[in-house]
Design a protein around this ligand. Structure first.
Ligand SMILES: Cc1cc2nc3c(=O)[nH]c(=O)nc-3n(C[C@H](O)[C@H](O)[C@H](O)COP(=O)(O)OP(=O)(O)OC[C@H]3O[C@@H](n4cnc5c(N)ncnc54)[C@H](O)[C@@H]3O)c2cc1C
Length: 441
């Protein structure tokens, strides 16, 4: 932290990781007058993964972080207006087209975004906004003192700052530092949670009803979701959608978890996936979609063997957000959205250093209040994210239920009683209710 002997400068936040959380918290910190520096262990924007399902509780945060970016993104994206859940025979179990009103109601649209393109867009914005970004810097450990932090990276490099924001994913070094090095406790591992997923891109079949929807098909012991997505770097994408199949696999063969080339993809679908789901009774058009895949990825769902308590989300000068605090399965489509909620949660609590108030006095106060700010942030975000991580686990069991008739009936009841709609609205009322952030209301 700055002292009176040296020129008063804004606090430096070392943001570790440039997945999706890191660039967004960096932009938000800059907005409040902090100096973020983003560190990423890889040097390439490798094209891994499929798509991210963004919902208003995530997109409203992107809108706060970079309104200009989001205006353009919305104009160029295939926004999602509806959600439908169907059974294997095509009966509609429930759904609605409320998403048309989500921006007005909750402050953000719902849409799918190819993860690589999403990340690339965020990293481009860092450069545009003059935020320093150091690629190829892999964090190894952090040491905190009363006056600041020193982060140690590969190749013997170091960086000093005022605090560290750990956005370094499920196997976070910042989490290990807080829990093992600082608290002397056992760092919980991210554990396989019992479902594996096959996901890919396929051409949208002619006559596909309501292409701008999240469409869930619940079959016997398995589930598929399809939705359109945005990819600014590939103009052909509007004619494709993203799909994902969930399977319950107690002991998976992890060596096959990766992204496959197009020629391999079709072969694996035919030789491995289709025989596995032969008894699921997916309708023929779903089988055709899977057969026509142009890209395939196989992966498993992970979450922590034991959830972190709020006090474990931070130390005096280190704080976690996103997958580093709460790795999650994918079955609720909330991994990224809840991580963006974390970004807002910290942003709203940090003092605004752009108001023209005496910076030296503000920094002195920040120096003593930072641990309390981190604790307050963690106490707010931990219960919300724990509920969503548990929800994703429960939903993965629903998706793969063998007692599918009872499952379908219970899904139908959730829509008929309004419970499904209520829960979606509750989730999208985070991290602030309504469409406008409190500070600008
Ligand atoms: C390659 C990849 C592909 C994914 N694909 C999908 C997908 O298709 N669909 C989906 O819903 N979710 C996907 N996810 C998960 C999703 O991105 C995360 O759940 C969500 O973005 C939360 O983001 P995060 O920034 O907290 O973590 P992550 O997105 O995991 O980002 C963490 C970042 O930190 C970097 N990092 C890790 N350790 C260090 C270190 N020691 N020093 C410096 N940097 C470090 C990583 O390289 C990574 O860039 C993917 C994640 C990754 C990493």
């Amino acid at each position: 932290m700055a002292t009176t002997e040296i020129p008063v400068k804004p606090p430096i936040a070392l943001v570790i990781g440039s997945g999706l959380t890191g660039p967004v918290i960096a932009m938000l910190l800059q907005k409040k007058g902090y100096t973020p520096i983003v560190f990423e262990k890889y040097t390439e924007n490798a094209d891994i993964g499929t798509t991210i399902a963004l919902m208003p509780n995530g997109t409203k945060v992107l809108g706060v972080a970079d309104p200009e970016m989001m205006k353009e993104v919305y104009e160029r994206s295939r926004l999602i207006s509806a959600i439908y859940e169907l059974n294997a025979t095509g009966d509609v179990l429930g759904g609605n087209d409320d998403m048309v009103n989500y921006h007005a109601k909750f402050g953000g649209h719902a849409f799918g975004w190819q993860r690589t393109n999403f990340r690339f867009t965020l990293v481009e914005r860092l450069a545009k906004r003059g935020i320093e970004f150091r690629e190829g810097w892999a964090l190894e450990k952090v040491v905190e003192s009363e006056t600041g932090v020193t982060a140690y990276f590969n190749e013997g490099r170091t960086a000093v700052g005022d605090f560290v924001v750990g956005c370094d994913g499920a196997n976070s070094v910042v989490r290990r530092t807080i829990i093992e090095d600082i608290r002397g406790a056992k760092n919980p591992h991210a554990m396989y949670s019992g479902t594996t997923h096959w996901a890919g891109f396929s051409p949208i079949p002619e006559g596909w009803a309501d292409p701008s929807s999240f469409r869930h098909i619940f079959a016997k012991g398995s589930h598929v979701v399809c939705y359109p997505f945005t990819n600014f770097s590939r103009p052909g994408a509007p004619t494709e959608f993203s799909w994902g199949v969930t399977l319950r696999v107690p002991e998976p063969s992890k060596k096959n978890w990766r992204t496959y080339a197009p020629d391999e993809s079709a072969r694996l679908i035919a030789e491995q996936l289709l025989p596995t789901i032969a008894n699921a009774d997916f309708p023929p058009h779903i089988i055709r979609i899977l057969r026509e895949t142009t890209r395939l990825i196989k992966f498993g769902s992970y979450d922590l063997e034991e959830e972190l308590k709020p006090a474990e989300w931070h130390s005096d000068r280190l704080v976690l957000m996103g997958d580093s605090a709460h790795p999650s399965g994918v079955s609720l489509g909330q991994g990224v959205n809840m991580s963006l909620g974390d970004c807002y949660g910290l942003y709203e609590l940090l003092p605004d250093l752009t108001t023209g108030a005496d910076l030296a006095a503000q920094l002195t106060r920040l120096n003593t209040t930072l641990p309390a700010i981190f604790q307050k942030y963690a106490e707010k975000r931990q219960p919300i994210t724990v509920a969503l991580v548990k929800g994703a686990r429960a939903q993965s069991l629903v998706r793969t239920a063998l007692d599918w008739e009872a499952r379908d009936e219970s899904l139908r009841t959730r829509w008929e009683t309004g419970e499904a709609k209520r829960r979606m609205e509750e989730i999208n009322s985070e991290p602030f209710p309504g469409a406008v952030p409190p500070e600008s209301a």
